[in-house]
Design a protein around this ligand. Structure first.
Ligand code: TXA
Ligand code: MG
Length: 331
């Protein structure tokens, strides 16, 4: 199969809609990461997503809709705070897990009686969903466990020849996946941290908590080793710079290409120590979130070993560190 990469235009959106209506897959940009979409009502198309990604069969998909789509046919809201959350956070980088009405393929939810609903914010994602006007099941458009894609090129690297169309909307501005929240409980439960923070949710819903380790409804996807670039990785505390530099020099002596992944603070320390092979994450939390997957993709092209530093886990950085720890987990 030839994979076309096309800018988002009226013509490419028409083509995307035709492919999806015929049961095919289309990759599309959102403000978080690129998604690999199928008609959520079409069993065979949804199953094809799992096959193409090599995704475990117990990891449910998110359903994406445009901002005027009537979701009352798909899910029901059981808690009072849900409408306030929709008003405050959609369209935006959040997914709300709600009770399913059974209108989408059972393959979407992998046997759960819930569906995650996401109304993405980026103009390209909205234009795509509006052109199709269907509920679109879409995981991140990467091979299972690989680093999530934030450019059309990243998608192409994983799926060239395997899907017919990638809509190219440029680089994603958010850079990590949506916050996944179970909104079926008295208090919203964050299943996957993301760009909408727990603090922001608490301010709207009155309270919030993070899913515990033994939660009955966790985000099944969170249990897998994930987001890993195709190079070796290691992670150190910033206070342990000496160990990181020692590892780098040992590895370089053995012939490995070594780079550091560093926010502005770690970069200053590294440069003071004479280090220059640095992939910069930037200074603010938003910059770091936007850069983290982009730089992991860069790392796998330029180095054999990437050495990262842990960063303080608050606000958006809870989600960033969740991804980075998995990307740097031992295999
Ligand atoms: O930003 C995003 O969320 C991107 C873009 C494309 O929208 N999508 C994305 O999808 O990250 P994926 O499949 O890579 O991650 C979806 C996460 C997984 O951890 C999955 O387990 C969880 O959401 N999830 C989906 N439906 C769920 C449900 N009904 N109950 C609990 N967790 C659910
Ligand atoms: Mg994913």
């Amino acid at each position: 199969m030839k994979t076309e990469v096309l800018p988002v235009t009226e013509e490419s959106l028409r083509l995307a809609a035709d492919i999806l209506k015929a049961g095919g897959l289309v990759a599309f940009p959102t403000e978080t990461v690129y998604g690999l979409g199928a008609d959520a009502r079409n069993d065979a198309a949804v199953k094809e997503i799992f096959a193409v990604k090599g995704r475990p069969q117990d990891n449910p998909l998110i359903v994406h809709v445009h901002k005027d789509y009537d979701i009352s046919g798909l899910v029901e809201a059981s808690q009072e705070y849900v409408s306030a959350m929709f008003a405050a956070f959609t369209p935006g980088p959040i997914t709300m897990v709600m009770k399913s009405k059974g209108a989408v393929s059972p393959a979407v939810s992998c046997g759960l009686d819930s569906v995650g609903i996401r109304v993405p914010q980026s103009p390209a994602a909205q234009a795509f969903l509006r052109a199709v006007d269907l509920p679109i099941a879409a995981p991140s458009a990467n091979r299972s466990k690989h680093t999530s894609p934030v450019t059309a090129q990243h998608v192409l690297e994983d799926f060239d020849g395997k899907i017919p169309l990638i809509l190219d909307g440029g680089r994603c501005s958010g850079g990590i996946e949506s916050t996944v929240v179970n909104v079926m409980e008295k208090v919203p439960v964050v299943l996957r941290a993301g760009l909408v923070t727990a603090e922001q949710i608490a301010a709207v819903a009155g309270s919030v908590r993070y899913a515990g380790e033994k939660e009955p409804v966790r985000s099944p996807g969170m249990k897998y080793r994930h987001y890993h670039p195709a190079c070796r990785t290691a992670m150190f505390a910033k206070g342990d710079l000496a160990s990181a530099l020692k590892l780098a020099s040992e590895e370089r002596a053995a012939g490995s290409r070594v780079y550091f992944l560093a926010d502005a603070e770690a970069e200053t320390l590294l440069r003071a120590a004479g280090e220059s092979l640095i992939l910069s994450l930037g200074k603010t939390d938003e910059e770091v979130a936007c850069n983290v997957y982009f730089k992991l993709h860069e790392a796998e092209k330029v180095c054999d070993l990437l050495i990262a530093f842990s960063m303080e886990e608050k606000g958006v950085m809870v989600g960033v560190m969740n991804r980075l720890k998995k990307a740097c987990a031992p295999s």
